[in-house]
Write a protein that binds this ligand. Sequence first.
Ligand SMILES: NC(=O)c1ccc[n+]([C@@H]2O[C@H](COP(=O)([O-])OP(=O)(O)OC[C@H]3O[C@@H](n4cnc5c(N)ncnc54)[C@H](OP(=O)(O)O)[C@@H]3O)[C@@H](O)[C@H]2O)c1
Length: 255
Amino acid sequence: MQDMFRLDNQVAVVVGGAGGIGEAIAMGLGQYGAKVIVASRSMEALKKVADRIAKETGVETKAITVDVTSEESMEKLVKSIVDQFGTVDILVNAMGLNIKRDALEYPMEDWERIFDVNVKGTMVACKHFGRVMKKNMQGKIINLSSVRGIRGYGGGNSAYCGTKGAVELVTKALAIELAPYKIRVNAVGPALVITPGTIHIKENPELAQKYRSVIPLDKLGAPEDMIGASVFLASEASSFVTGQTIYVDGGLTAS
Ligand SMILES: NC(=O)c1ccc[n+]([C@@H]2O[C@H](COP(=O)([O-])OP(=O)(O)OC[C@H]3O[C@@H](n4cnc5c(N)ncnc54)[C@H](OP(=O)(O)O)[C@@H]3O)[C@@H](O)[C@H]2O)c1
């Protein structure tokens, strides 16, 4: 059974791979044998992650910069990976941002920024890596959604919820359109995950309790909690699964 989850010698790219969740997923893919490329804007952050994964797993790794809001930058990333690794088997879109603003005051330049990274960035990556996968007649794409992609939230989250809802439907639409090329497209939808960007929640007992109170498993998410679903969706174990979002949320969306 374990062989179904192995990713030996597959080439995996994690965009946003130096982020809290991206790094954990990149490490998980490496632990299951994939060669791992991490990509985002800061080379310094990427290099640390690539070096750590190589040291801890022994797989080949690479750090390459990309700005997902630029289609040209994405094309360069794809070319650089194909030149160096020959192909791409697995794409994880783990970049993203949230800009919380009151709905009635929402600055439209912030709205555009968040849609640019979360939605357009995801589509641009799927488009250009998808072309390589189409040639190979196989590929696995995993987009990071959120419980906020299926549920409405207040507190300034209108843009973020909109982007993640869009990511979920783009995931489904691409799953159908790319199925003839044996490219599977799925998503992972976390509840709150404690990363450097959200550590202040864990450190504030009242706030932490507020978040935990809506999670049946009574626990805040850790980046490593995202590894299992991601390895599953990247591997043969999920060969008949496409167009789905797996909510890794301690049961939050079960009710
Ligand atoms: N943490 C949570 O509670 C949570 C919950 C549900 C869903 N999610 C989703 O999970 C994903 C990862 O979240 P996270 O918490 O790991 O976020 P994070 O730690 O802030 O990491 C985000 C990553 O995105 C990259 N990025 C941002 N803008 C970019 C751009 N224009 N081009 C390329 N890369 C860019 C960042 O690197 P650079 O800035 O160096 O480019 C960083 O590596 C996101 O899609 C997020 O919405 C997170």
